[in-house]
Unconditional design. Structure first.
Length: 294
């Protein structure tokens, strides 16, 4: 009954099923592993002390920024140079902008420093002047932003003196010197009152260290891949069952193998087929007996 499984058509179906099910299981397992990694990273981050409470270290000792060094206090010395405003940033449910200054260090590279946040629009805003001369700043270290970072404006077309993303790749095109692939945010208002009107910007958690929407997306994708595997298996069994029933009906004579060879239905009793040839015997009698339309 199941010899049809060895036909060329079913070889193709069977091959698809054999390849599709392991692929779906592999992808579901991989997505589940991604979710478990995010959960583990979140648990480890909760067990560790707040990075901002740890001792400050020189900037170069904390680079490159990763999940361990992100949020750690970093110390850098230099002089403030170019200043930029970063619009569209929210703080305490209010919309405003960051004040970003480039701190040129002795190495020749500049460290982006977010001195604080101000409410309102960045266009025409009055910003407190940055301290002059050599300064030493201690700020919470942050990785360069990307298109997925919260508040980032990737549309472009901003007025001069404004940037939508705090990133070395963006800032290096706006200044004539190298830029560190990191930035710091000052945890307190600047000394001397120059930044007293600005609010400190709290450091953000490193990307991928919490149970964010992406973690639950991985869990949802896990379920989808396993459902796909079950659906493929269900459809295969359904097709096999339907084909087996068709083969059984043919073997029992319930359905002819060739529908064109099926016998014609017998004519109704008393029905007489009119001859095609009018000169044939009986043709005249049939014509006389035929009812005439009124």
């Amino acid at each position: 009954m199941y010899r049809f499984l060895l036909t060329p058509r079913w070889w193709g179906i069977n091959l698809f099923v054999v390849l599709a099910i392991p692929f779906c299981v592999f992808m579901g397992t991989w997505q589940l592993g991604r979710f478990e990694d995010r959960v583990q990273s979140h648990e480890q981050a909760e067990k560790q002390p707040d990075p901002s409470t740890r001792a400050a270290k020189p900037l170069d000792e904390l680079l490159p920024v990763d999940k361990v060094t992100s949020g750690r206090p970093a110390v850098a010395t230099g002089t403030y140079a170019d200043q930029f405003l970063v619009p569209g940033r929210e703080l305490d449910d209010r919309r405003g902008f960051y004040v970003l200054n480039m701190l040129r260090t002795d190495s020749g590279k500049a460290l982006p420093v977010v001195r604080g946040w101000l409410p309102g629009s960045a266009s025409g805003a009055r910003v407190p002047a940055a301290p002059e001369g050599e300064v030493t700043v201690t700020g919470d270290l942050q990785a360069s932003e990307n298109a997925r970072s919260k508040g980032v404006d990737v549309r472009g077309g901003l007025p001069g003196g404004q940037v939508g993303m705090i990133s070395a790749a963006t800032l290096v095109n706006l200044v004539p010197y190298d830029v560190y692939d990191a930035w710091v945010t000052l945890p307190e208002a600047e000394a001397g009152g120059t930044g007293g009107a600005m609010k400190p910007v709290p450091a953000a958690a490193p990307e991928g260290s919490g149970l964010d929407l992406k973690a639950f997306q991985n869990l949802g994708y896990t379920g989808e891949w396993f459902v796909f595997a079950g659906f493929v298996l269900f459809m295969w069994f359904r097709l096999v069952r339907r084909e087996a029933e068709a083969v059984r009906d043919i073997a029992l004579g319930l359905v002819p193998e060739d529908p064109a060879a099926a016998p014609e239905a017998p004519a109704a009793p008393g029905a007489q087929e009119a001859p095609d040839d009018p000169s044939a015997p009986g043709a005249a009698d049939a014509a006389r007996k035929a009812p005439v339309a009124p």
